[in-house]
Design a protein around this ligand. Structure first.
Ligand code: 9MR
Length: 393
């Protein structure tokens, strides 16, 4: 539910009113004006400036951001405007992955990545890099070119080139992404990724050490998913992830933060709480910051087809989840995996949808960049969270 304060200050019937597009008229960008008494403050002022996500986050020492699709940034001024108005940190959804950066073994293609960094610089927004080492989004040539003999060279060259190019400009890098697979059958729970198969567990050490060398200022992050819920599978994955982080720390591998992706679900039979709290506290005790790196709320499991009810349920999950994680002082950044429901990986045509006639609505803005109930839930959760000091400000 929207708080009373939020309800009054926006003057919007968030949920039913917005979803039905009733009184709210969408004006350019993400501005709203509401028909009604002249004394009502313009909502334009309420959701931007001091009413923006970034302002509410900053009041508590938090960064907030979103994953950016560069083609949209280039083609859609309303999208660019929301980014500049709402966020203090951005990350490329795909543009800094190997597949995007490496058209051929001996060539780099930095156009889209550069465009994001330039946009962020122009708008005084920080940037996270995602990612330097992952088992997915590898170019087609990878499998037939990279071997046990040359893998180390490819990995270190890539990191030196990519992290080196943006040296001093990045808030943080996801150096290694999703290295744990609790079902791998290994005692250390490491995923049998191409990097693992070619270099063994040491590939993580190599990647982090090289990233530090390439950019001593960026906060080096290990990023993982499927560690949010209180169920056996995710508890086991948390344990393996902590085991990995401890091993890296003990080996003096440079590591500054852990990313909890936070692709969560509305209507799930599982809950979150103790597991993630303990995980975050353990990370803090190792001296790590915690970033919520890819939050969105999958609504597949909701039986309802009523959009207002779906949005309401999604907002409740945002509120619960963010309240839980923001109680942890090590959490210093919250990013969503996208901006508006008009562009989300969850509606990718390749994904099987339980409600094919109802596209998913996982993000804080709707397809017309109107703020949804989830937007206000995010702001409220930032307001309630404790203040913290940003380390890499
Ligand atoms: O949202 C991204 C999608 O557009 C890509 O096709 C996919 C593969 O590169 O990656 C998606 O982003 C993923 C992120 O990089 C890592 N965590 C899970 C994200 C959603 O799948």
């Amino acid at each position: 539910m929207l708080t009373r304060r939020g309800f009054i200050s926006t003057g919007l019937r968030v949920g039913a009113g917005l979803a039905a597009g009733s009184a709210a008229t969408f004006l350019s960008g993400c501005a709203h004006r509401v028909a009604g008494p002249a004394t009502l403050p313009s909502v334009t002022n309420q959701i931007t400036g001091s009413g923006s996500l970034k302002a509410h986050a900053a009041a508590h020492g938090l960064l907030t951001g979103a994953a950016v699709a560069i083609p949209l940034l280039r083609s859609d001024p309303a999208y660019a405007r929301v980014l500049s108005e709402q966020y203090s940190i951005l990350v490329a959804e795909n543009a800094m992955k190997w597949k995007a950066l490496r058209p051929a073994p001996d060539r780099f293609s930095f156009g889209e990545a550069d465009a994001l960094v330039a946009f962020a610089e122009q708008n005084s927004i920080k940037v996270r890099g995602h990612n330097l080492c992952w088992h997915e989004a590898l170019p087609d040539w990878f499998a037939v070119t990279v071997t046990k003999e040359n893998a180390r060279q490819f990995l270190t060259d890539h990191i030196m080139n990519v992290a080196g190019r943006y040296k001093g400009k990045m808030h943080s890098w996801d150096v290694v992404n999703e290295a744990v697979d609790a079902k791998s059958g290994r005692d250390d729970g490491l995923r049998k990724s191409p990097w693992f198969e070619m270099l063994g567990p040491d590939y993580l050490d190599i990647a982090f050490r090289t990233a530090r060398e390439a950019d001593p200022h960026a906060l080096l992050t290990y990023n993982e998913y499927g560690i949010e819920y209180d169920n056996e599978e995710e508890a086991q994955k948390r344990a393996f992830t902590l085991q990995l982080l401890r091993r890296l720390k003990a080996a003096n591998v440079p590591l500054d933060a852990v990313g909890i992706q936070s692709h969560i679900r509305a209507g799930s039979s599982y809950s979150f709480g103790n597991g993630i709290r303990e995980f975050m506290a353990s990370a803090r005790q190792m001296g790590l910051q915690v970033f919520i790196t890819e939050m969105d709320v999958n609504d597949d499991e909701l039986p309802d087809d009523d959009v207002a009810k779906v949005d309401h349920a999604i907002a409740a999950v945002y509120r619960d989840y963010l309240t839980t994680v923001l109680a942890e002082p090590a959490v210093t950044a919250v990013l969503t995996w996208g901006v508006s429901d008009g562009h989300t990986w969850l509606n990718n045509p390749m994904r099987k949808q339980r409600h094919p006639n109802r596209p998913q609505r996982p993000l804080p803005f709707d397809e017309n960049y109107r703020p949804k109930e989830a937007f206000f839930a995010m702001r409220d959760s930032f307001d309630k969270g404790m203040s913290r000091n940003l380390v890499n400000d």
